[in-house]
Write a protein that binds this ligand. Structure first.
Ligand code: SAH
Length: 389
């Protein structure tokens, strides 16, 4: 089967090194439209200049995602094995246990592929038609490089509909889906099949450690706790009281189970965070440390204004329940709000509380979430920590 070629009449962005080429940047003629979604293609300028090997989807706004900078690169198990080997080498440079985001899409050179590693269990997220087509090659490569016992395919991210893909979750290998995660010396229980995304949020690892280091003897509110990533770390570090607040009963049940496994206790509260913050304020209840790590408020570019307002409101309401001399962490995992805008909204929210605030930490995800330098969207996580008077 001969490989098709996508022509770039302008190709400015690709020339600038971005791994994404948008549908309005390519020559979308009948020949291009006839290419099957997910097919591997060569990308060339009108003058024949090579822009690389990528995969194409005529249904997606991001028409081509580049996999290599040369044309005619063979995309097979050996290709993925090389990329995965490089990704593992990067992680082993700074983690001594095999618990990390093993592969972070564009940041590791393969758009659409995310893999979290939990010892000998892997949770694989396939986000695009191009990666769906390469599933067998990816699984072969993983076997070759890591020999995992269990591989779970999480092909259920909402963005798959933009790629014309269906949604499923299945075991490709092995059995079982409840695992123990080891992070910062804390053991958590995660459900890779029923849980959100890959089942665990490794991106907050460094921020959890930062909060835990402040937590001894303190009261902690972990709002949007999910399975207790921040709260249990704080409890293990000697917090005197930890409340995990989330709207998901299964997530809170896992948080309680993990707390027991660590010999600590937490209070799990199932409620809407905005409602509970209002109730706590009315009751004049305050916490020494407040963490607010919500789901993305800006899901797409068109949600920017209402989402930005929601972050501002969250900062104000979370500060209202932070004790004098306390700390507030507020995070955003929205790709679609720039870091400066998020920080500006938080600042405005804090201003309304008339508390003096000092920004003491500005962080993103850990080093196992490498960012493609020409794709700022891949630096999605922003976490700000304030000390409040
Ligand atoms: N802080 C967590 C990750 C949070 S993910 C960690 O460290 O692992 C976002 C969480 O917000 C999810 O668990 C989701 O169930 C919860 N959530 C979403 N909307 C909510 C709402 N309105 N009120 C309370 N929790 C909510």
């Amino acid at each position: 089967m001969s490989r098709k070629t996508i022509i770039l009449p302008k190709g400015r962005r690709a020339r600038g090194g971005s791994p994404w080429i948008f549908s309005n940047e390519i020559r979308m003629d009948e020949a291009a439209k006839a290419i099957a979604p997910g097919a591997v293609v060569n990308v060339r300028g009108e003058d024949g200049r090579a822009f690389g090997t990528g995969y194409f989807n005529p249904k997606s706004l991001i028409a081509v995602r580049l996999l290599a900078e040369e044309c005619d690169v063979t995309i097979d198990a050996a290709f993925f094995a090389e990329r995965i080997t490089r990704a593992v080498a990067l992680r082993t440079a700074f983690y001594d246990k095999p618990f990390y985001r093993l592969f972070h899409a564009e940041g590791d050179g393969v758009p659409g592929l995310v893999i979290d590693r939990f010892g000998d269990t892997l949770s694989v997220q396939i986000g695009t038609a191009g990666m769906e087509k390469q599933q067998t090659a990816i699984l072969m490569a993983l076997d070759q490089v890591l020999k995992p016992k269990t591989v779970l395919l999480r092909a259920d991210a909402p963005n798959r509909t933009l790629e014309g893909l269906d949604s499923y979750v299945k075991l490709a290998k092995g059995e079982g889906h409840r695992i123990a995660v080891e992070e910062n010396g804390v053991r958590y229980i995660a459900d890779l099949q029923e849980g959100q995304k890959t089942g665990w949020y490794y991106d907050q690892r460094d921020n959890r450690a930062f909060i835990a280091a402040l937590a001894k003897g303190k009261s902690v509110l972990d709002a949007y706790s999910y399975t207790g990533g921040f709260g249990i770390a704080a409890a293990r570090a000697g917090a005197k009281e930890v409340v995990c607040l989330d709207s998901s009963a299964p997530a809170l049940a896992l948080a309680e189970e993990s707390a027991r496994a660590n010999g600590v206790s937490i209070q799990a509260v199932k409620a809407d965070v905005f409602e509970e913050l209002a109730r706590l304020k009315a009751a004049n209840e305050k916490f020494d440390i407040v963490v607010a790590d919500p789901p993305p408020f800006v899901k797409s570019k068109k949600d920017l204004e209402p989402g930005a307002k929601a972050y501002r409101k969250l900062a104000r309401m979370a500060a209202d329940v932070t004790a004098p001399g306390g700390f507030l962490l507020i995070a955003s995992c929205s790709h679609n709000i720039p870091a400066e805008r998020f920080a500006a909204e938080c600042a405005q929210g804090l201003l309304r509380t008339e508390r003096r605030a000092a920004l003491i930490r500005q962080a993103g995800a850990g080093a196992d979430h490498p960012v493609h330098p020409l794709l700022p969207e891949s630096a999605y996580l922003k976490a700000l920590v304030y000390a409040l008077d």
